[in-house]
Design a protein around this ligand. Sequence first.
Ligand code: ADP
Length: 275
Amino acid sequence: MERPFIVKPGDSISLNGVGKGCDLERTPEYTGAYRKKGETKKPLKKLNKQMLKLQELLYAENQHALLIILQGMDTCGKDGTIRKVMAGINVQGCDVVSFKVPSVDEVSRDFLWRAHKAVPQKGKIGIFNRSHYEDVLVVRVHDLVPKSVWKQRYQQINDFEKMLVENGTVVLKFFLHISKDEQKERLESRINDPSKHWKITEADIRERAYWDDYMQAYEAVLQKCSTDWAPWYIIPANKKWYRNLVITERIVKTLEGLDMKFPKPTSDVSILSVD
Ligand code: ADP
């Protein structure tokens, strides 16, 4: 089933739950026809198997790369998504790159330098855990560069992604949309559960105070950088099981759409025999 999470160029987006651009399917708690976790287990397992086959084809054909970009507020589930969506795929064909505060080496280059270096090679799946979009998100929210600088970046990002697509990289961008209440619960559970203490810092609590500014910055990203060649998908992510299903399904559909073929054998296999 085609689900309506894609952002079309020109769509108006409202992430705060009111007004034009806030469709039911774009709310964090949306779970479509599913009511509970158990119902998505079987379809997810089937999709994971399909993905493994498609990944093998991607590797064998060696004509495309798949770049998956994951963005969202703290605790939105980027790590969990990577674990569940990539369950069962061949780890040799997949690279995960996390984008942290840029190093001295990185800030002394243009903001796309580190992203470009991390793009997957043909035949591979690359996952960006955060990405070059931080340069119009955290950077915009905290005025880390002048407005005149970050304003230009939306177009620069679109041009960069277009170049990638024209050179054989398929780009999928997922915004993991959780509600502010859900974030509160997830942060509290990190505070209350000693086995999760390593996951929480004071910075996470501080950043929460900027929630509305982040929503504005995300709305700008979704409206300015969802293109025909590299669309954004708003993924309802309060329910982890639904999030995983929607993302896995989108990846499988995208890989199927590439209409990949195994390459022709390099030897005449009809005359080969093994003693
Ligand atoms: P995560 O929250 O992704 O699990 P961390 O807790 O290490 O990982 O957070 C990474 C931090 O790096 C985030 O606060 C993010 O906003 C920040 N960051 C990423 N890219 C940039 C950037 N270009 N400029 C400033 N900060 C950035």
